[in-house]
Design a protein around this ligand. Structure first.
Ligand SMILES: Nc1ncnc2c1ncn2[C@@H]1O[C@H](COP(=O)(O)O)[C@@H](O)[C@H]1OP(=O)(O)O
Ligand SMILES: [Mg+2]
Ligand SMILES: [Mg+2]
Ligand SMILES: [Mg+2]
Length: 277
């Protein structure tokens, strides 16, 4: 950001961009994990080449390490864990200066299920001036809970749907229109939108498109599940995070803090027919 040269690369398709930040952050996260846990399956969006001796390492967090590990995660071998890394989520918005839409996502999957997640908002508070503490991290494990978030309970009867601002299409809009929203909010990033739902600013994240990939949803899904919410495809089916799966979430994405089935039941037939799990 401060170099004023984001190094934007168009990867092809609809608003599918990469910047120097995407590649630098991915290297840091993957090198940090693999230097300490060489047998871990780590899959990142940008697929950067690593030099494990030279690349910078992030280290570990003592506060996190003091927490009790939930029994389901306590005796795993490295090979059983798949880590899905989205070094920058909301890259299109990052290039447009919508910095509060940008997150960094690290998701942990075991047996194909999202069980752990980190959502870092590197620019959280950036509008509060130079004195403000910049950035925050929300993380969670199913069976332990999630940390670093604050929820404002929404009024009864409200149905704010939050969706894409840069990857919209006819099906995406048809789905939203069928759900009788009280308001449709359009913001970038899967991590950002999941957080809006968790913190009560929106009631459901609805994206009837195959555009989101496993690294977009693994961390948000784990944190939602850790706090009693849910994230599935538009059929209400669980997303599979095994290491050999295809990357796109072909069944689309719906995330809620509560009343998940109510939203799933409102998905129109045309959307069901077009998005296969
Ligand atoms: N058509 C698409 N092509 C590439 N990435 C997509 C597409 N649709 C969604 N995404 C990814 O999912 C995230 C959430 O989508 P949206 O912001 O449109 O709601 C995007 O920020 C982007 O992640 P990323 O920014 O990491 O490439
Ligand atoms: Mg991308
Ligand atoms: Mg992403
Ligand atoms: Mg990304």
């Amino acid at each position: 950001m401060s170099s004023r040269d984001l190094g934007i690369v168009d990867k092809g398709g609809q608003k599918n961009l990469q910047t120097k930040a995407d590649t630098a952050v991915e290297k840091l996260i993957r090198a940090s994990l693999l230097a300490e846990f060489p047998q871990l399956n780590v899959i990142g969006e940008e697929d950067e080449k690593l030099d494990l001796t030279a690349d910078a390492k992030a280290g570990s967090d003592d506060q996190v390490l003091r927490m009790a590990c939930p029994p389901a995660c306590a005796n795993l071998s490295q090979e059983e864990i798949v880590v899905w890394v989205d070094p920058l989520d909301g890259t299109a918005e990052f290039t447009e200066g919508l910095l509060d839409h940008v997150t960094i996502l690290i998701g942990l999957a075991v047996n194909g299920e999202a069980v752990g997640g980190v959502i870092n908002q590197p620019f959280y508070n950036y509008q509060s001036g130079p004195q403000a503490n910049l950035g925050r991290t929300i993380w969670g494990l199913v069976g332990l809970g999630a940390f670093g978030w604050n929820r404002a309970e929404p009024p009864v009867g409200r149905r704010i749907l939050i969706t894409t601002r840069s990857h919209s299409n006819e099906l995406v809009n048809l789905c939203l229109d069928s759900m009788s929203p009280t308001h449709v909010e359009r913001q970038g990033g899967a991590g950002n939108k999941a957080l809006r739902v968790i913190e009560g600013e929106a009631d459901a994240y609805v994206f009837a498109s195959p555009g989101c990939k496993k690294w977009d949803t693994c961390a948000p899904e784990a944190i939602l599940r850790a706090v009693g919410g849910n994230l599935t495809d538009v059929h209400g089916k669980k997303i599979n995070y095994h290491k050999d799966v295809k990357f796109p979430n072909t069944g689309g994405v719906i995330a809620t803090y509560r009343d998940h089935q109510t939203i799933i039941d409102l998905v129109p037939q045309k959307v069901r027919d077009n998005l296969v799990s």
